[in-house]
Structure formats: C-alpha cells, structure tokens
Design a protein around this ligand. Structure first.
Ligand SMILES: Cc1ncc(COP(=O)(O)O)c(C=O)c1O
Length: 463
C-alpha cells in the first residue's frame, strides 16, 4: 500500500523507491524528508545516466564490479541463450555444463594447484564458505581444534555473520553482536599511517606487518588457528597494497603454523589489479581464493571459493562431504555470462590493458597531491584510494564530526554535481575510492582527475 501522507518526490518511481525499497547500507532519513533518491536507469561503457537524464562517469564500476563496462549486448545474449537452454538447475549432487566449464576455466587461471571451485552467489558467501571449509578440513585431518581466523583491521569481508566476524570494522558489527567467535585482528598494511621509522622503509614495514600475523597465531595458540584472510590490496581504509616481501613472509608463516592462507579477491580478481587473480600479480599462492564481483562484470550474480587440491583431498574419501551450499550457487545463467565475460577479457586484452595503463592512471591521480586536502594517493592496477587530511605536513586526520561534514556535506554532493560516481568512504580515515571499468584510458583518467580537482578544491574551502 502506498503511504499517501508523505509529499511526492516528483515521480511515481521516486515515491515507490522511498516507500518500498530498502537500500543497503543506506540512511533513509533524508529521503523521508524529501531528498531525491539517486536512481540509475542506464549504462553504456564507463558512463551511467540517472532518471533525470544526468550523465556520470562510473568511477567505481558500480561497486568494483563492471569490469568490461556497461551495455554489452553480448553478455545479455549469453544470458538469454542459457535461460532458453536450461534456466536453472542446482549443483547439489548434480552438475550442468556451464558450471563445469566455468569451474575448469577458473581453475586454469588460478595460481598453483587451486583446482577445485565451489560456487556461491556472491563474495560474502564465498568468505563464509572458506571459513567453514577451513574448520571442516582440519576436523577431517586430525587437527580438530583449529577453527579460529585472523584478518586485518579495517578490512571488509562481507555481511553474513561469519564474514562479518572476519570483517575488521567495529561500527559495522556492534549492532549484530554476538557474532561468530574466534575471529582475531592484526594491523593492516597502511604505510601512510605506519610508525615513523617504518614509513620510509616499505620492506621493513612489510616484515613488521606480516610478523604481527605470526604473533597473533602464537597468542591464540597455533593448534586453534585455521586460516588467515587477507585481500591482496585491502579496499576498506582506501587501498592498501602489500609492501614488498609481505605476502612472501605471510606464506612462510602460514606454512610454519599449518594455517590456511585465504586471498579474499572479491574486489581484486578479474583484472582489477591486472591479472585474472591478484595473487599472481603479487607472486604468492594462497590455499583458497574467494572471488565474485568482476567474474560476470555484474551482468548476473555469482561468486566462488577456489580451493587447493590438498583441501579437497579428504572429500575424495568414503562418505565425507562438505555439508554446505546455496540454491543459486553456480547458477547456469550466471555461469554462462561469466564465460562470455572472460571471453571479452581475452579478446580485448583487458588484463594487458590494465598492466600497461595502471602507471598512467596513478600518475594522473597523483597530480591531485598539489591540493592541501590530499594526503596520499595509493593503490595498484585500476584501483586507487585518495586519502584526505586536515594537515598534510603532520598527516593529521579529521575528527568524526569533521569527516561527516566534509564527506557527506560537501564531497558526496560535489561528486554528484560534477557527474562522477565514486565513493567517499570514512570507514577508516576519509578516502575517495576509484575502481572504474577496465576499458578506460588516458582521456578518462584526465577527466576523472579534473572532476576530482574541482570537487576537492571546493570542499577544502570548508575545512
Ligand atoms: C573483499 C571483500 N570480501 C567480501 C565482500 C562481500 O561480497 P558481497 O557483497 O558480494 O557479499 C566484499 C564486498 O565488497 C569485499 O570487498
């Protein structure tokens, strides 16, 4: 039923959105007071349009998802063809050709012997599945007390209760406690905020940060720790790449304590950093990769947990089984779309394009460092964070109140008006996050830089 007591937002679609759509991670208060709900109706390449006809650059590929850009009829066609042939069948004790082919293709692209693909419908479910697998694997192989996990401060790993436990953002978790016990946090690789003696020595900082994992395993008891969850480049907090030697040392630590290394590549896989899997970019082999988002470029939802041969070994025996699954995991339509999406990657050389153009993207964004409000530009591939500071020399950050006024009062509004869709995030220190479709080049890098320059220059007048 429509609520007739509120004033119209101008169109029936706007009113219906306000009255019935529960948006994710959204403060609905402003819409109840009459603010328009940003409503995107169309996309083409790296551009999107809202319901008033206003055009934006999609600087975040939707939500780190639309790698090949919007409006690819070929992906729509792949979905149509699969739906006609076999719209749905589960992979619960059965198989279907598109899931089989996709599993084979992902295994071929994954590092080391990560040959076993468990499909989900998204990233959080992949993380959840990885923790459950780690627990059961150790129970089946004679180390039944290994169940805890270690992850990093400020990292986001999803919203199911296990994945939320692994997430290192206390404000996101507080209202949902008690969560799954046994998830412990270590420092992340934010070198901009590292102790002064480590800031100038990335290698020493990498060693220090990796050794915090060994320390946590020792504190918790090696016999109780099952897995370490790390993003190759941590998103929340604003793009923390691994310092040199970091993953090499983490791999050593995990081997020493028999702890599984899970690379959460929900954002970083599928060309975001440049290779099909970012573990390859950083030269390490995890025991499990979790991925989702870019696998179909968002044309249909799917996620996966890709596990090593060693982890599947116990499941080859007797009546053992991983008692876990999702009705829509490995959905035929999504699997077919993923295969067509990967065809586009290969045909258009998107991974090479990212490798070749990432330095230019970084260099263009680094021009913003001349603004007093821009403290740091960091990231890898087509994935960057721009940290905003109150004082560049001291690296002083904003108070919660100041960050709220800056980000929500000025920057969000400014970006919207400037026609740049990207994210102003204050889950750690305030940052602007960029992760555009992988198809863009220098003309769009310049355009993004110019739009950001005008928004940040204007915003800095208000601090
Ligand atoms: C690193 C990481 N892991 C897990 C997730 C959760 O994925 P989903 O939203 O598909 O459940 C996200 C989502 O952004 C993510 O960035």
């Amino acid at each position: 039923m429509n609520d007739q007591s509120t004033t119209s937002l101008g169109t029936p679609m706007q009113d219906a959105a306000r009255d019935h759509l529960w948006m994710h991670f959204t403060r609905h208060g402003a819409y109840e007071k009459g603010a328009r709900i940003p409503t995107i109706v169309r996309g083409e390449g790296h551009r999107i349009w809202d319901d008033t006809g206003k055009e934006y650059i999609d600087g975040l590929a939707g939500l780190f998802v639309v790698q090949v850009g919007h409006g690819r009829t070929e992906l729509a066609e792949a979905a149509r063809k699969q739906a006609e042939q076999l719209a749905f069948f589960p992979i619960w004790s059965y198989a279907h050709p598109s899931a089989i082919e996709l599993a084979e293709r992902l295994a071929a692209g994954a590092p080391g012997d990560l040959n076993r693909v468990f499909f989900t419908t998204g990233g959080g479910e992949a993380v959840e599945s990885a923790w459950k697998l780690a627990k059961q694997y150790f129970k089946l192989t004679g180390k039944p007390h290994k169940h805890k996990v270690i992850s990093r401060a400020v990292a986001y790993h999803g919203t199911p209760q296990g994945a939320l436990s692994i997430t290192g953002l206390p404000p996101l978790k507080a209202d949902f406690e008690p969560l799954v016990p046994g998830a412990h946090k270590v420092p992340n690789t934010n070198i901009y905020r590292a102790a002064e003696d480590l800031r100038e020595d990335p290698k020493a900082f990498g060693r220090w940060a990796a050794d915090r994992i060994a320390e946590a395993i020792e504190f918790e008891g090696p016999d109780t720790v099952a897995a370490v969850f790390l993003e190759p480049v941590q998103n929340a907090g604003g793009c923390f790449p691994p310092p040199p030697g970091y993953f090499e040392r983490v791999r050593e630590i995990c081997d020493e304590y028999d702890v599984l290394l899970v690379a959460d590549e929900v954002i970083c896989a599928f060309g975001r950093i440049g290779s099909m899997f970012a573990s390859i970019d950083f030269g390490f082999t995890p025991d499990i990769i979790t991925c989702a988002k870019g696998m179909t470029s968002g044309y249909s939802p799917i996620g996966a947990m890709i596990a090593s041969d060693r982890l599947f070994e116990p499941y080859k025996k007797g009546t053992n089984s991983f008692l876990h699954g999702y009705t829509f995991g490995g959905h035929p339509v999504s699997s077919a779309v993923a295969l067509a999406n990967l065809d586009i990657f290969e045909r258009e050389g998107l991974n090479d394009h990212v490798h070749e153009n990432a330095p230019a993207f970084r260099k263009t964004l680094e021009k913003l460092l001349d603004l007093p409000i821009v403290g740091d530009v960091r990231g890898e591939g087509f994935f960057y964070g721009i940290e905003l500071v109150k004082d560049k020399t001291t690296r002083e950050t904003f108070s919660d109140e100041e960050a709220e006024t800056l980000l929500r009062g000025h920057i969000d509004k400014g970006l919207f008006e400037a026609g740049l869709y990207c994210r102003a995030d204050d889950r750690g220190d305030p940052v602007i996050q960029l992760a555009p479709p992988l198809t863009i080049g220098q003309a769009e890098f310049d355009d993004i830089e110019q739009r950001l320059r005008s928004v940040l220059s204007e915003a800095s007048k208000h601090i």
